[in-house]
Every structure is written in structure tokens, then in C-alpha cells.
Write a new protein. Structure first.
Length: 155
């Protein structure tokens, strides 16, 4: 029973993180912390690192704190919740930084309908260079029109 509950919490946290990523991206990164996110839209720097990379530190700190409270304070829900945040962070890094932005030259040949839809939605997001007028703030779940377009192109 405990394993089932931990699995539900882990998966719930993982999927809730998609909403958190969307919310943070739309209202924090394109809001009051645009100063950190701007260099992700404007490639006017020579460094491999971006100020935008600082955002992962926040979620990493939350995940680490949950592991700490689970390990030393007996807060049992901390483990599956911290693991859900960690798993989403790894997924985000692989999809956003490696697959979409090619920060490492991997997954270049992924060409299924889902991959193309996610890539197109992110490209549309980046066509807006300012913090206003943005669209497609999600990462794993993007508006249906991008999936529909890719599915129709396969016919």
C-alpha cells in the first residue's frame, strides 16, 4: 500500500511540475525575473551558460530540501515528492536543453509527431524576443494545434 501511495505522489508531483514550469515560465521568467530569462531569447552572449540556467537551482533546492526532511526529519512524503521534482528536472533538461536547443548534440534524429510538435511550439515561443506577447510556455504539453498539425502532415 505504501508503494502505491508513493508512486501516486511521485507521478502526481511529476505531472504537477509541468503546470509549475508553465506558470513559472509565463509569470516569473517572462515577468519580474525577465532579467535572468532574457539571455535565453537573445543569444547575445558567448558563454555556453546562460543566466536563465539559474532557474534550475530553485527547483533543485526544493527537491534537496524535501530529501533532507524525509531523511532527517521523518517527513515521509518528502521522498516521492522530491523524486518527482528531480525526475521532471531531468526530463526538462533532456527535452529543453538537449533535444530542443541542442546544447549537447544528441537526439538530433528524433522525428516523430510528438517531437516535431514540441519543437515547433518552442520555436514559436522563441520568435517573440521580448517578454510580452509570448505563447507556448509549456514544455511537455503544448497546445493541441501543434500536435494536430504534425498528425495531419503524416496523412
Amino acid at each position: 500500500m505504501q508503494t502505491l501511495l508513493w508512486t501516486i505522489i511521485f507521478l502526481g508531483t511529476f505531472f504537477a511540475m509541468e503546470f509549475m514550469a508553465w506558470f513559472t515560465h509565463k509569470y516569473v521568467m517572462h515577468g519580474f525575473l525577465w532579467v535572468l530569462h532574457r539571455d535565453h531569447h537573445h543569444k547575445d552572449h558567448d558563454s555556453w551558460f546562460e543566466r536563465n540556467d539559474a532557474f534550475f537551482l530553485f527547483y533543485a533546492a526544493v527537491s534537496i530540501a524535501l530529501f533532507y526532511f524525509w531523511s532527517f526529519e521523518g517527513f515521509w512524503v518528502g521522498l516521492p515528492t522530491g523524486l518527482g521534482i528531480l525526475a521532471y528536472g531531468i526530463t526538462y533538461f533532456m527535452v529543453h536543453d538537449i533535444f530542443i536547443h541542442q546544447r549537447f548534440k544528441m537526439f538530433r534524429n528524433a522525428n516523430n509527431w510528438y517531437a516535431r510538435a514540441v519543437r515547433r511550439a518552442h520555436k514559436i515561443h522563441h520568435k517573440h524576443l521580448g517578454k510580452q506577447d509570448g505563447e507556448c510556455f509549456g514544455m511537455l504539453l503544448v497546445p493541441w494545434k501543434y500536435f494536430k498539425r504534425e498528425l495531419e502532415a503524416r496523412k
